[in-house]
Design a binder for this molecule. Sequence first.
Ligand SMILES: Cc1cc2nc3c(=O)[nH]c(=O)nc-3n(C[C@H](O)[C@H](O)[C@H](O)COP(=O)(O)O)c2cc1C
Length: 175
Amino acid sequence: MTDFKTLAQMRRSHRKFTEQEIDGDDVKLILRAALMSPTSKGQRAWQFVVVDNKTDLEKLSDAKDMGGQLIKGASLAIVVLGDPMQNDCWVEDGSIAAISMQYQAEELGLGSCWVQMRGRGLSDGTSADTVIRGILDIPENYNVLCVIAFGHKADERQPQNEDKLKWENVHIDKF
Ligand SMILES: Cc1cc2nc3c(=O)[nH]c(=O)nc-3n(C[C@H](O)[C@H](O)[C@H](O)COP(=O)(O)O)c2cc1C
């Protein structure tokens, strides 16, 4: 098991993946991390859609003009949803669940990348939310926050550089 200090340094965004499928037990561990993540008022109101078929992964890739193409090369994508009417912290709750899944993936030796969908879309004005809703039959009340792409790493990334951390952004006592 990797300690968190190491995990924090090793986690990088991976955008290239091998063809190897992710073991079912690992998928469950990734989802478990999301389902254990903290939420505002303990609501646990997020929803997750797990996608592993090539057709829908390709369609998800095209939900926005830029920055989403990596999804089609992933073995698995987990779409993170929230209901803004039910939960005023749906973005925060979904984000915490998403990064929890990314750290769990890293601990399993898997690569992952956050693909932003909220507020993104196509140049014709169609929102990524609308596109994804159509692909995955998402009920009207849920909004799409992001898609987290997962797979076995096919690209090498350097760990975070300890010397480049922005310690100047940290203020003690007063700004
Ligand atoms: C809110 C958020 C949105 C992001 N959206 C995208 C995206 O749409 N496409 C992408 O390739 N990477 C996306 N990323 C990944 C960032 O580009 C990446 O985390 C950043 O460049 C730092 O690199 P690192 O994760 O390797 O440390 C996103 C990350 C965050 C936190």
